[in-house]
Design a binder for this molecule. Structure first.
Ligand code: 4FN
Length: 224
């Protein structure tokens, strides 16, 4: 069973995100285990603070090293592994990285808040930084959820047979062909005849062409 442990100030965000659909079932069936550790519960002050003012001054607060370090050390040795800090300073997350991470037995994710985390705990834990893209977030949780979702669905057993088979067609790196379902005509728009022809060879060829055409038109960067 793959173990994903998230160090966070908002554990309920993580648990809730994976309480539906495919990844909820994957947890019930013990293909994956997703746990959230509340960094705040490792605060050593009465007010349960986990942040403080930045040395050197400036706006905002910085997450302190000690509660994060202690939260990490509370993880049993058998569940420790690569530590990923979700950060806009990280290398951009891709499907290739998802495939690589899906091979790991244990991954620990650290989610930042405020202006970020005291640099020394990032060094001490030898974190790897990963970013989901170039925009501003209020915290790392949404990024951790995106990465865990992309990784967990690649773990053997998580997707049904049908979906795993489809997965192989994603791995050509192309966008998907257009999809249609009933009714055959919607607001005067008909489903392409070829999809109703029952000729599986022609349908397969048409879909491949559509995938290539769409990728050229919408995401030419994916072809390079
Ligand atoms: N974000 C930028 C520049 C400076 C700061 C940010 C920013 C959450 C703790 C980090 C953001 C985006 C993708 C984590 C952004 C990600 C985060 C992510 C993230 C609070 C500090 C912060 C130039 C990229 C716009 C806030 C650029 N992937 N700081 O968002 O955690 O993982």
């Amino acid at each position: 069973m793959k173990q994903y442990t998230v160090l966070t100030l908002f554990p309920e965000m993580i648990i809730q995100a994976f309480s539906h659909s495919i990844l909820a079932r994957a947890q019930k069936e013990n293909h994956i285990c997703i746990e959230a550790i509340d960094i705040r519960s490792f605060s050593k002050n009465k007010q349960k603070h986990v942040d403080d003012y930045p040395y050197g001054g400036g706006a905002g607060m910085v997450m302190q090293a000690q509660p994060i370090y202690d939260a990490y050390q509370s993880i049993p040795e058998s569940k420790k592994g690569r530590v990923i800090y979700l950060s806009p300073q990280g290398k951009t997350f891709t499907q290739q990285l998802a495939q690589e991470l899906a091979k790991e037995e244990n991954i620990v994710f650290l989610c930042g808040h405020y202006e970020g985390v005291d640099e020394r705990v990032l060094e001490q834990l030898e974190v790897e930084e990963i970013s989901i893209g170039d925009f501003v977030l209020t915290g790392g949780e949404i990024a951790a959820i995106a990465v865990i979702d992309a990784v967990a669905r690649l773990v053997p057993g998580v997707l049904g047979k049908e979906a795993s088979f489809q997965e192989e067609s994603f791995s050509d790196g192309l966008l998907e062909y257009p999809q249609y379902t009933r009714p055959p005509v919607f607001m005067g728009r008909a489903v392409p005849d070829i999809l109703l022809s029952g000729h599986h060879g022609n349908i397969k060829k048409w879909r491949k062409e559509q995938s290539i055409l769409r990728t050229k038109q919408k995401r030419p960067d994916l072809l390079k």
